[in-house]
Design a protein around this ligand. Sequence first.
Ligand code: ZN
Length: 534
Amino acid sequence: MHSLKAYWLMLLALLLAGCSTGERPRIKPETTDYQETSLYKDVMEVSRFVDKNYQHANLQFFGTTAQGKKLPLLIFSNRDVKTPEEARKLGRPVVLFIGDIHSGEVEGKEALQRIALDIMDGKYDDTINQLTILFAPIYNADGNDMIDKKHRTNQNGPFGGVGTRANAQGLNLNRDFTKLDTPEAQGLMGNVIATWDPDMLVDLHTTNGSYHGYHMTYAPPLNPNTDERLVRYQREQMIPEITKLMSMRGWNTFYYGFYRNHDDPSSGWVTYSHTPRYSTNYYGLRNRMALLSETYAYVNFKDRIHIARDFVMTVMKYCTDHADEMISLRDSLDADYRDFEPGRKAGVTFDYADPVPGTILAGTVDTLKRQDVDGLTMQRVDSVREVKTRIYGRFKPTAERTVPYAYALDNRSGRYDTVITRLQQHGIAMYRAGLADPVNVERFKPEKVGVERTYEHHDMVKVSGSFEQEDLPLNDWVIIPTNNSNRNLVFYLMEPESDDGFVRWNFFDAALQSDDAFPVVKIMDEQDLQLSPI
Ligand SMILES: [Zn+2]
């Protein structure tokens, strides 16, 4: 007994010594036999350790959660980049990875910590010599720490429980990319997306639903208003190569989807949504590349971390190998969008495009017996079969409107201050017109106004109407031009009938509930408005 006690005391002393000398931490799943996921404090311990002990890492904070947690951003570059300006000067692709946006879906968070430690060990020197890497490992930090074994019980671990899907306000951070209701989204938008302007955004999730045969599924931006060249590059160059690299590591991957009828793979393979309230659809409208990844929930937790890690690694490798190509595509899009293209139409409402025939991998699952929770936990069985089906992987517009040269907003009453704040957070350029003469504009006349549904604490407004010409002096109005790379985003936010714009999210209720003229007009023709920045 005596010697056993001495042994434990010695072990305790060693552990304490280990902590106080800053011994290299391991990620939480590795220390718990993959039973537990990292808490916020664990992620911060790893992030601080990397920041302190590795010269090419820099830890910053991009926002504060509803409960007051500071959101970490880890920056990696062999040139010790610390600011967006330094990154821009370097001219390398900036690649942003987001983990834990839904904090029941945790392996992205674990993989990013694992890779951060591996970067320290020199395993990714090629990457940090050629890219600027940004990790936001724990985006939904509040939800993350609300661990409960009752969350996502059908998911194959971690069996110690996971956090909540929503943030502390009960809002889904992956529905908040247009309206920006949450402090998390405002921080990400204002201090990462609009400032660092990453060339590529990667959002790491875990899927559930259909019992398919893939280890991971993914999606590029899906909104049809996304620039064709960007979509084609991702679908024809990037994704096939990433798929090949993942398959060399033993992982089956495919475009994200689920069965049209729950148990029937031949009924159709359907993707999720075109709306930019989702991270990657949003990001495509900024003329930048994006990938959503969904590791398969019924693979065990340890393997899911490996899959997420391999995916992040593979994306980094792709961007390293194709850095020049990615930069030149971005630059040519940015240059083209400086020229206004009169008369171009874009979608305001959408539906699935006609399906195309294709083959998918269907899978099966076993159920796991668990004493500690009600409900069934599923486990992937390593046998798959090919099924011919119809793939609903794209969308098409069901109504279109013309993209103007600029929108003008009448905020002289101050009633639309929130619109101005949100546009600023999105990093959208706004001006005042110095021109005193009236300008010919099109003003929206709402005809049908209703509520689509109650969603994310909003009564979503659905409006349709027509446009009428008018001559207006605009010198006190806020002018939002579209001759820049955010054109598709500006259109989506400002166009009154848009299905994910500011009207839909109640920012213009004051106008719709009164007899006042609608406060947004469209300047259709390019003209010198003698603009000065706000
Ligand atoms: Zn998710």
